[in-house]
Design a protein around this ligand. Structure first.
Ligand SMILES: [Zn+2]
Length: 447
């Protein structure tokens, strides 16, 4: 436990140790300069400037959504802490749950309550089969078909290419797949567009790629991946599908060139075709027996979905709230440490949780303008995605409902940034976004 505390303290004080690498003065300077720039551009604050071109449009709209979710998240943390405390008491550990105990005791709750070992899932998660599952779902939903092609240029022999065709057999674009880790390759998983679709001068089709870092199997051996990695594969493929469906005139508004708080929405929706019965029964097959993943295991996964969501949402949302508040604070001198402490106290931050990214180490927000006054975007996009997934599930055809698929294609997937996303969303759903599906997904009360 002492070691846990040491690791925790070291990790969360990065950039905040009063030494040569302390970031507090840099942050103060960045905030002042950002405010000055916003003033020059005619906006009251940096947050107003950044959101002017986002779907949320105003800091108020982003704050409203965050504060709608926040009370449920911190209430759930209290319940999670009580559950963990009960286990610690039972063990007579003499422990009062502190922030460095959260992950440790949460795992005890997970195994006691959900009886789920994620390693039971993995033998059914063959990377290549799941890739076929992604293709199959995109075929059902968007009418795409995929045919592997050879003889085209690649950066490395591991990279494979598929030609994507539409319903009438017309050429849509190329999909590059670069799944394996190798020296010098960036870590993580991502989507790229080597060429964007456009019709400005003449029709140009897109070339997209999905990249990840799986460890290559021995020859003839399947590559087995975790459930989380399978979700990530579907997520990144969602970005690729967003690019492939693009049908716009201007290259600057093509495919995934949409607002920061909108770009993760199509990719997050695509994650939801993985857990459908159709994909799991056809493509989540045991690598030795070929048997599909048992329903009992899928049910356990579903049941454990809301596990530790109090912690996850609170650590994320506290970062997003502080990001927005810092950029709404105007031109005053800000001591980041004191600001963070005071604002979190006002918000009722539970003492057992800390911001996912404390201010002095918040690269998303301070390494560039990228996610500045924009960390709320993850919540915003996920709220949209879960709302649409709910609408799919309520349709006669469920996740494969043809009418919903057409609406999603016509209003979101094919239009890039050529339509105001709020209007496109209203055209698709017949209403504005509703946060109920998000709250239910996290296991929070919806009223
Ligand atoms: Zn993404």
């Amino acid at each position: 436990r002492d070691l846990r505390e040491k690791v925790w303290r070291t990790y969360y004080s990065r950039g905040d140790n009063g030494d040569a690498k302390d970031n507090n003065a840099n942050i103060q300077k960045i905030l002042k300069l950002r405010y000055e720039r916003a003033q020059l551009l005619g906006f009251p604050t940096h947050a107003h400037w950044r959101l002017d071109n986002a779907m949320a449009k105003t800091p108020d709209a982003a704050m409203e959504l965050m504060m709608r979710v926040w009370p449920s998240a911190i209430a759930r943390v209290k319940e999670e802490v009580a559950e963990m405390q009960a286990i610690a008491d039972q063990e007579k550990a003499g422990v009062k749950i502190e922030p460095w105990d959260y992950r440790f005791y949460a795992e005890k709750v997970r195994s006691a309550r959900y009886d789920l070992d994620m390693n039971q899932i993995k033998p059914y998660m063959q990377m290549e089969k799941l890739r076929e599952g992604m293709f199959w779902a995109a075929g059902e939903v968007y009418g795409f078909s995929f045919e592997q092609v050879s003889g085209l240029p690649v950066a490395h022999p591991d990279i494979r290419i598929w030609e994507v065709k539409g319903r009438d057999g017309q050429h849509i674009g190329l999909w590059y797949f670069d799944p394996y880790a190798r020296t010098g390759k960036r870590s993580g998983a991502w989507m790229n567009a080597y060429r964007n679709q456009q019709k400005f001068d003449k029709p140009i089709t897109t070339i997209v790629s999905n990249n990840s870092n799986f460890v290559k199997g021995a020859p003839g051996e399947p590559v087995l991946i975790s459930w989380d990695d399978a979700e990530t594969m579907f997520h990144e493929f969602g970005h690729a599908i967003h690019g492939l469906n693009s049908n716009v005139n201007y290259p600057t508004v093509s495919g995934t060139a949409v607002a920061r708080d909108y770009v993760e929405f199509p990719s997050q929706i695509n994650e939801h075709w993985l857990p459908t019965k159709q994909v799991l029964s056809k493509f989540a097959l045991h690598h030795k027996t070929g048997e599909p993943i048992p329903q009992a295991l899928v049910d356990k996964l579903e049941k454990a979905k809301t596990f530790r969501q109090g912690f996850d949402v609170t650590e994320y949302l506290s970062s997003a709230l502080i990001d927005m508040k810092l950029h709404l604070a105007g031109g005053a001198d800000i001591d980041p440490d004191a600001f963070e402490r005071d604002e979190l106290t006002k918000l009722g931050m539970p003492p057992q949780v800390v911001m996912r990214h404390r201010t002095p180490q918040f690269g998303h927000v301070f390494a560039s303008d990228g996610y500045s006054a924009g960390y709320y975007s993850y919540l915003w996009s996920e709220t949209l995605a879960l709302d649409v997934v709910d609408a799919f599930k309520a349709s006669p055809g469920g996740m494969y409902d043809k009418a919903m698929a057409k609406k999603l294609h016509d209003n979101v997937m094919s239009v890039g940034n050529s339509i105001d996303p709020a209007i496109a969303y209203r055209n698709m759903m017949g209403r504005d976004v509703d946060v109920t599906a998000y709250l239910r997904d996290k296991g929070f009360p919806t009223t």
